[in-house]
Design a protein around this ligand. Structure first.
Ligand code: C2E
Ligand code: CA
Ligand code: CA
Ligand code: CA
Length: 279
């Protein structure tokens, strides 16, 4: 038994070594990715349920890692967050999204609202207001074309500074939405303290909204509460016609999800928009 225990231990440390090396490699590769501009944004359309029209896009980060193809956020955002690199990458995301907003607004495609995901660390360690104001200015676009998506937990970190930044941006016309709504532990009281325009119902409640009565009740409650507070409400992760019908029946304002479109690279997205308009 003792012998087996030692082997197990040895195996475990070897395994840990591999994991640590992988993690260090990844961290090093991410630092290079920032230097070498290996990031790209894909865009996923949001659709209004009353008109059936595309009303905006969410910018989602991808990493074109040399020799590895396209890497998705689940595999690198946590490391960017832990190392603090998310502050620099987050500034790049704002600049890149605003550049795209400008390209669309000044082309035959026309103005499209784009939302970007913002980390709590950007408020505390970065200059989020400065980044946003510069990006709007550089690209000659109006503030209402930009929306920031924040999770409840990122709003709760360092609330005074975050509230001040958000109020400043909101006063200029930037839209603010709460991402993954319903999954945080924070009190609903923050909905009154923060200058919020929109709630984004987390995918976890949408998945079984047509089969699980508890999820259905939560979704309905979120929609009703949002509307009582004069907030827009959008459901993420909509994959089926049945989910869409449920949300329409319960007066959800917008949806986003694979049912309508996956996040797409710019060229494919533009193709889709042109086809949509031809219909
Ligand atoms: P999120 O902000 O909640 O974004 C929604 C995620 O759900 C995206 O995953 C999107 O591709 C995926 N999704 C959209 N529709 C569907 C659907 O119908 N079904 C399913 N199963 N999934 C759907 P993605 O692109 O892998 O991003 C994951 C997370 O990474 C995001 O979750 C966000 O928290 C984070 N993230 C992405 N881009 C950025 C960024 O630029 N900055 C920061 N700080 N975080 C980002
Ligand atoms: Ca989001
Ligand atoms: Ca989410
Ligand atoms: Ca999320």
């Amino acid at each position: 038994a003792k012998h087996a225990g030692r082997d197990t231990f040895r195996f475990f440390t070897a395994q840990m070594n591999v994991e640590m090396l992988t993690r260090l490699d990844l961290e090093k590769a991410l630092r290079q990715a920032v230097e070498n501009n290996e990031f790209v944004l894909h865009y996923q359309p949001k659709v209004r349920l009353d008109s059936g029209r595309v009303t905006g896009m969410e910018a989602l980060l991808r990493w074109q890692r040399p020799g590895h193809g396209l890497v998705f956020p689940g595999d690198f955002i946590p490391i960017l967050e832990e190392t603090g690199l998310i502050v620099r990458v987050g500034s790049w995301v704002i600049a890149a999204a605003c550049k795209q907003i400008g390209l669309w607004a000044h082309s035959s495609i026309g103005p499209i609202q784009v939302s970007v995901n913002v980390s709590g660390r950007q408020f505390i360690e970065g200059d989020l207001d400065g980044d946003v104001i510069k990006a709007l200015d550089d690209n000659d676009i109006t503030a209402d074309l930009l929306e920031l998506e924040l999770t409840e937990s990122s709003m709760m970190a360092n609330t005074d500074r975050t509230i001040a930044s958000l109020k400043n941006l909101k006063n200029r016309g930037v839209q603010i939405s709460v991402d993954d709504f319903g999954t945080g532990y924070s009190s609903l009281a923050y909905l009154r303290r923060f200058p919020i325009d929109k709630l984004k119902i987390d995918i976890a409640f949408i998945r079984e909204v047509t089969s699980n009565p508890d999820d259905a009740a939560i979704v309905q409650a979120i929609i009703d509460m949002a509307h009582s507070l004069k907030l827009e409400v959008i459901a993420e992760g909509v994959e089926t016609a049945a989910q869409l019908e449920y949300l329409r029946r319960h007066r959800c304002d917008q949806i986003q999800g694979y049912y309508f479109s996956r996040p797409l690279p710019v060229l494919e997205l533009e193709q889709m928009l042109r086809e949509e308009r031809r219909l």
